[in-house]
Design a protein around this ligand. Structure first.
Ligand code: ATP
Length: 321
């Protein structure tokens, strides 16, 4: 007879996959750098339909391993600096507190479609996916509400990646309030051949004198989203980090101009960049804008996506998993 560590072991899945979406900031108001080094934010996040998948498989020993496949896989760390690894470790500690000091090992696999260092919260998305997957493996509560405090410990964007949809983020972006959004948005994203480091963009933001408005809640944008008025949404998009990102990568200016001239309602740098995001009116414009952007040498890839998308979601597993 096989002795189980706890009576519920047989009921636990051995493999769990979670799909998690990228984000774009529809507005990013950045205040002055605080003494703790962080900048207070008022941001509107929208989850969009570019997804990573995080799969966790229980091991017989206590090791953690991590492999990565998909786009830009070679740029993603496979050690404990990976945010998905840190999320699993956090849940294992919670598990140990719950079930005694037993540390189950896990194989983590991340299949990436979200651009790396592209200002679309790729690492944070993987952390959110790994949190949900690890909680499910450990039979801990895996709802976004239950996992929010752990998510905030992993990074400022992780709580939003859990919930998805459209939300106002304050503080470091981790104090969330849902925003009602009528209708869906079509986007074209243009990624760059080289990523941009988020801390480097904030440093340049400070050097350029910060922002004049600061972390102001974008009420015009929230109202436009609630009414479902796409033209007013386009008129209200803003990003306080855009000037700093363009200062570091002047070629982004041309990307924004070409996308707008090809028929986008508007274009802006996504988060800390260098990905540029274009809101487009319909599927035909999406194709035209995408084709125009693809011809630019500084554009690595273009992606057409929809928003708002869901947050981290458990995918149905194969029978017996
Ligand atoms: P944000 O939009 O949250 O500022 P980003 O999307 O610009 O972040 P990420 O894709 O999260 O950037 O990558 C930033 C760095 O984080 C990468 O250069 C990489 O070294 C590291 N990293 C750690 N974990 C991951 C992960 N799971 N996926 C991608 N990058 C990761």
């Amino acid at each position: 007879m096989v002795m189980m560590d706890d009576p519920f072991d047989l009921l636990r899945p051995t493999t769990v996959t979670v799909r998690v979406s990228a984000k774009v900031n529809l507005a990013l108001g950045v205040g002055s750098r605080a003494p703790d080094g962080f900048h207070p934010l008022a941001t509107i996040f929208e989850a969009i339909s570019i997804y990573d998948e995080v799969t966790l498989t229980r091991r017989d020993d206590s090791r953690i391993t991590l492999t990565v496949s998909g786009e830009d896989a070679d740029q993603v760390p496979t050690d404990e600096t990976n945010l998905a690894w840190q999320a699993v470790d956090l849940i294992r500690n919670e598990c140990a507190a719950e079930w005694g000091d037993r540390r189950h090992g896990v194989d983590i696999h991340v299949d990436k479609s979200i651009p790396v260092a592209g200002g679309m919260a790729g690492g944070s998305a993987d952390a959110a996916g790994a949190l949900v997957a690890a909680a499910a493996l450990c039979r801990l509560p895996d709802s976004p509400e239950e996992l929010q405090p752990l998510a905030a410990r992993l990074g400022s964007d992780v709580p939003f990646c859990l919930t998805g949809g459209v939300a106002l983020g304050r503080g470091r972006g981790d104090r969330l309030a849902p925003v009602i959004c009528r209708g869906r948005h079509r986007w074209v994203f243009a990624t760059s051949t080289r990523g941009l480091s988020t801390p480097a963009v904030y440093r340049r933001f400070d050097e350029l004198g910060g922002s004049r408005a600061g972390e102001i809640v974008p009420n015009d944008l929230i109202s436009a989203l609630t009414r479902g008025d796409i033209d007013a949404v386009a008129d209200s998009l803003s990003n306080d980090l855009q000037a700093a990102a363009i200062d570091l990568r002047p070629e982004l200016e041309e990307v924004l101009t070409v996308g707008r001239q090809a028929g986008a309602l508007t274009g802006l740098v996504s988060g800390s960049g260098p990905t540029c995001a274009f809101l487009v009116p319909d599927a035909a414009s999406a194709k035209i804008v995408s084709a125009a952007l693809s011809r630019l040498s500084q554009v690595d890839r273009t992606r057409i996506a929809r928003g708002p998308a869901a947050g981290a979601q458990l995918l149905p597993g194969p029978v017996g998993s």
